[in-house]
Design a protein around this ligand. Structure first.
Ligand code: UT7
Length: 316
């Protein structure tokens, strides 16, 4: 959906959306295309790229804030769609736009327990189903999509996930939230008519916090690992707003050319945005074996996280 198409729905225009957010278009899933379906497509690509089969996966963690249904988990639905082994743990993580970074860390720690060898980590979102298509301050920002990664345990030192910080502050829950649709306030015909189930956001406040928390998270994980920002080949930030990326790059004193962005084509896809940007940077040949890569995210909760990793492609 292009900005022009959006301007037929709400009082907005291409110039405003591009200047304020950097977004030109976003992808909208079909009516019967759900996060488990998009997640399956992404996971099949990841399995192919890794030269693996569904039976090679020991663990599936799926990050989403737009599950197919309240229960069972979208991860279980995806397990069945992919034909993963019937005895492996599959579960969802709810950490909104930080979901992929949270899932990656939980998966890493489970691999480090020694009980699992390979984990499939998926971020998949159908934000078009929770956006208020009459609210121009939010509907222009979000899109649908999915990304997936496979991680495996290794005895090679100093590769893969080197460090990580995760955080949350539930005192700021109302800055990005949906008020209705859970057990506290189930849907009623009135709440649906009033679009109370839709995503609401205090954009200005979120913007300021996003810049501060993403910059601090990067600095903290770099300090934790004893690495300087100059040594990081690529920063893969949550794709929320081009101006947020510029500000974070500025705070870290890093050139924006080391912050790959797909915002112009996908908008904010929440938990899918980091794996989508990571895959694109890898496919374009930017990320190379041995590169230090820093993933950094921020989202509803509030939640945030940063992961420093050394990109390592095992020989097939
Ligand atoms: O995934 C993490 C969560 N989300 C984020 O990280 C989003 C963070 N926030 C943002 O990206 C920005 O705050 C926005 C893009 C949401 C808004 O940008 P802004 O520069 O903070 O604009 P604003 O909300 O202050 O609005 C400025 C003006 C207002 O008009 P007045 O009051 O100045 O007359 C709005 O009514 O722009 C108006 N406006 C629009 N105009 C045209 C708001 N949305 C639109 C629109 N088209 N879509």
């Amino acid at each position: 959906m292009t900005n022009e198409e959006l301007s037929t729905l709400v009082d907005t225009n291409d110039e405003w959306i591009k200047t304020r957010s950097g977004i030109s278009e976003r992808r909208i899933a079909g009516a019967d295309e759900n996060p488990s379906d998009m997640g399956a497509k992404a996971a099949i690509h990841a399995l192919k790229n890794a030269g693996l089969k569904p039976e090679d996966i020991d663990l599936l963690i799926l990050a989403t804030m737009t599950p197919d249904v309240p229960f069972p988990s979208t991860a279980c639905l995806l397990q069945a769609k992919l034909g993963l082994r019937r005895d492996i743990p599959c579960f969802d993580i709810s950490a909104a736009c930080s979901g992929f970074v949270f899932a990656l860390q939980v998966g890493t720690d489970m691999l480090r327990s020694g009980n699992y060898k390979r984990a499939l980590i998926v971020g998949s979102e159908k934000l078009s189903s929770v956006v208020d298509w009459q609210d121009r301050s939010t509907c222009v920002l979000f899109g649908d999509g999915a990304g997936a990664a496979i991680i495996e345990s290794t005895s090679t030192p100093n590769v893969g996930i080197l460090g990580n910080i995760l955080g949350s502050d539930g005192n700021n829950a109302e800055l990005i939230h949906s008020a209705v649709g859970g057990s506290a306030k189930p849907h009623t015909p009135e709440t649906i008519q009033n679009r109370e189930h839709c995503l609401r956001m205090n954009g200005k406040e979120v913007f300021k916090l996003a810049v501060r928390v993403m910059s601090e998270s990067c600095q903290r994980v770099l300090t934790q690992c004893g690495v300087s920002s100059d040594e990081v080949a690529w920063f893969i930030p949550h794709q929320a707003n081009a101006r947020i990326l510029e500000a974070v790059a500025g705070q870290l004193n890093v050139g924006l050319d080391r912050f790959p962005s797909n915002l112009d084509r996908f908008g904010n896809t929440s938990a899918a945005s980091i794996p989508l940007a990571l895959e694109e940077a890898w496919r374009q040949g930017k990320i190379k074996h041995g590169d230090l890569v820093l993933l950094v995210a921020f989202g509803s909760g509030l939640t945030w996280g940063a992961t420093l990793l050394r990109w390592h492609e095992p020989k097939p």
